[in-house]
Design a protein around this ligand. Structure first.
Ligand SMILES: CC(C)(COP(=O)(O)OP(=O)(O)OC[C@H]1O[C@@H](n2cnc3c(N)ncnc32)[C@H](O)[C@@H]1OP(=O)(O)O)[C@@H](O)C(=O)NCCC(=O)NCCS
Length: 265
């Protein structure tokens, strides 16, 4: 049976070759560290604006920009870096799905290994956004570190900076249609429920927490409450539920050595 959420993967090899050889030195470019799909617009004032993370493995999984789609076929993907000072740093297996937009006016956006932007995700960076490894940002979510405009406060005679850095830890799952606002800190092993607005520093919440609501608050904490990263296991589970009349639960056999953070081997 076909995996029902399997995405369509289409690489535009001409764009891929041009981008890699224009951006990176020959010894790096020949490994094609970045794969680019169709209808992907990439612009930057200098090739120095793009870089691979320090731990990037040229023999490891490549970065995919606008390569995969489930439901946004034909919708352009945009990666726009405006100022020479903007930096986009990407690690192995970063995936930006079709229809997403990454806009860097200034500052640095760092996406860790195996971090993923679903379809029609918007990331706007004016200051600094750090996204850890194994982070999934589901479709229609937005992450922006600036309010874009200033607020006048007569009482204090102060004009505050309208940008504040954002930090998203490792093994974080952000559900669909969430907003991650300036100054947000989401610690490792946190889940954000769909449609939530996260706008605070949650650094002190324990591992395995669920943040939800507008504005988001801590809803629950359970040990190992997290996205199941192992895609093989996920496929088997979809098959199990489909073939058994959609039961409520699947009970893991006792002592299953299931590390939920295991990636597809
Ligand atoms: C994260 C998620 C899977 C959690 O589901 P869950 O474990 O069943 O969580 P629960 O239903 O037990 O929720 C726990 C509490 O949070 C509340 N909650 C859950 N989602 C919420 C939301 N979006 N907004 C506000 N509260 C929410 C529940 O009402 C419940 O509160 P209660 O204890 O007062 O009743 C689910 O909320 C979610 O976001 N699903 C969408 C996933 C998605 O976007 N997938 C896209 C592909 S990557």
């Amino acid at each position: 049976m076909k995996f029902k959420f399997s995405s369509i993967r289409r690489v535009n090899y001409l764009h891929t070759l041009l981008f890699n050889f224009r951006t990176f030195p020959f010894h790096v470019a020949r490994h094609l560290p970045v794969l680019i799909g169709y209808k992907v617009k990439i612009s930057a004032p200098s090739r120095k604006c793009f870089s691979l993370s320090e731990d990037f493995d040229l023999h490891g999984a490549p970065i995919e920009l606008g390569v995969r789609t489930n439901f946004s076929k034909g919708i352009p993907t945009q990666i726009r870096l405006i100022k020479k000072s903007s930096r986009l740093v990407l690690s192995n297996a970063v995936r930006v799905s079709k229809g997403s937009t990454i806009l860097l006016h200034h500052g640095t956006l760092h996406m860790g290994k195996n971090s993923y932007c679903g379809e029609r995700v918007l990331i706007v960076c004016h200051n600094r956004i750090d996204i850890g490894y194994n982070v999934a940002i589901a479709w229609n979510s937005q992450v922006y570190d600036s309010n874009f405009h200033f607020v006048y406060r007569e009482k204090s005679s102060e004009i505050q900076n309208c940008t504040k850095p954002i930090k998203i830890g490792h093994n974080v799952w952000i559900g669909n249609t969430c907003t991650i606002a300036p100054g947000t800190v989401i610690p490792d092993y946190t889940t954000v429920a769909q449609n939530s607005l996260v706008n605070k520093n949650f650094a002190s919440v324990p591992k395995g927490s669920l943040l939800a609501g507008i504005p988001a608050v801590l809803k629950k904490t359970e040990p190992f409450f997290c996205l199941l990263w192992n895609k093989n296991m996920e496929r088997s589970l979809h098959r199990y539920f489909d073939e058994n009349g959609q039961p409520e639960v699947f009970q893991l056999p006792e002592n299953t050595p299931a590390n939920p953070y295991d990636l597809e081997s």
